[in-house]
Structure formats: structure tokens, C-alpha cells
Design a protein around this ligand. Structure first.
Ligand code: NI
Length: 189
């Protein structure tokens, strides 16, 4: 089964997600399905709220951007209950996109260095210092677990300029190459 990606305007993207516990049913299957949905939509990360579940679970495969960002080459993660500690360093601004916001890309400032603590799908604990574009992907995905989207980090002026595009997503007037679910207010066509 292909999981649809929930789009901007759907309330599930704005909730703070619940910690994931080891008794969560069919977690392995869910992780597989999330990777499949992510590859299908050519994303490098996908957070559980984006497939309609408010649990603290993220999948990442950053390898496709490894040519431009060497720190991403070969890096694949299942993040259960991830926690980010911001480390000293610069804030860098780069363009980001999101599968829940098709057709939009905006510059987003992010810290360059983080310490990431997480559990894997077997609930084993890990800790690693992560930098650069990989740290950006992790921050973007972990934001989803707090009900935050990257456009929340964009200036009010830029948000005003993309207002129509955002409105088109909310009202179902956007096309994608991957299966999606619109806000409940959008009538099925
Ligand atoms: Ni996203």
C-alpha cells in the first residue's frame, strides 16, 4: 500500500506528536511504508505527521544529495523519539522544500552543527554530532514532530509573497507526481 503524503492545510501537520513506545503496532511495516512513500515522492526525509500519524518517528535517506553535500552520502536513518541539541557554530541560510508543500521552495536559516540523540526501530539509543546539510534535513524533519513547517522560519514578507501558492495547496489546487491527501475541507473531485 502506498501511503499518501498529507498536504499543508491538514491539521495533522500542526499537532505536537506523541512519543513512540516499543508496543506501537506494526512499527517495522510502517517504517518500510514510509521509506517507500519517501522514495516514491523523491524526498530525502519524511516525518510521521506527513503520513497522518502524530507519533515521533522520522525516516531519512540523504544519499541522493550526497554529491552536493558529502556529509549526506550513504546516510540513512530511522529516528524514533529524536532530540536535537544545538551546538556552537554558524547559522546558514539555504533553500528548502517539503513534500507537504509541493511547488514551493524558500530560504531557511538553520544552525550548522547539532548533537542528535535518537532511538532506532529496535529502540536502541544512539548519539551523534551532525553538521551541514544533513543537520538541516534532521532539523526540518524534527520540526514536523513539533507541528512546525519550514515556512514558519521564513520572513513575513516572503510568506506574503507565497500566500497564493500556499492557498492553492490548502484548497486542493495543486498537482503532484505522488499520492497525497488534502485538508479535510477540500472536496473530493
Ligand atoms: Ni517537510
Amino acid at each position: 500500500m502506498k501511503l499518501p503524503v498529507y498536504l499543508y492545510g491538514h491539521p495533522v501537520l500542526r499537532n505536537v506528536s506523541e512519543p513512540l513506545t516499543a508496543d506501537y503496532p506494526d512499527l517495522r511495516k510502517l517504517v518500510d511504508d514510509m521509506f517507500e512513500a519517501m522514495y516514491e515522492s523523491e524526498g530525502v526525509g519524511l516525518a510521521a505527521p506527513q503520513i497522518g500519524r502524530n507519533i515521533r518517528l522520522v525516516v531519512i535517506d540523504a544519499d541522493p544529495v550526497g554529491e552536493n553535500f558529502p556529509e549526506c552520502a550513504g546516510r540513512k536513518f530511522v529516528l524514533v523519539n529524536p532530540e536535537i541539541e544545538i551546538l556552537e557554530g554558524d547559522t546558514v541560510t539555504r533553500a528548502e522544500g517539503c513534500l507537504s508543500l509541493p511547488g514551493i521552495s524558500e530560504n531557511v536559516p538553520r544552525v550548522e552543527h547539532i548533537r542528535l540523540r535518537w532511538q532506532d526501530e529496535n529502540f536502541e539509543s544512539h548519539e551523534e554530532e551532525i553538521s551541514g546539510f544533513l543537520a538541516r534535513i534532521v532539523q526540518h524533519e524534527c520540526d514536523h514532530l513539533e507541528g512546525k513547517l519550514y515556512i514558519d522560519h521564513v520572513s513575513a514578507i516572503r510568506r506574503q509573497l507565497i500566500r497564493n501558492k500556499l492557498n492553492n495547496i490548502v484548497t486542493g489546487k495543486v498537482r503532484t507526481d505522488y499520492p497525497v491527501r488534502f485538508a479535510p475541507t477540500v472536496r473530493r473531485r
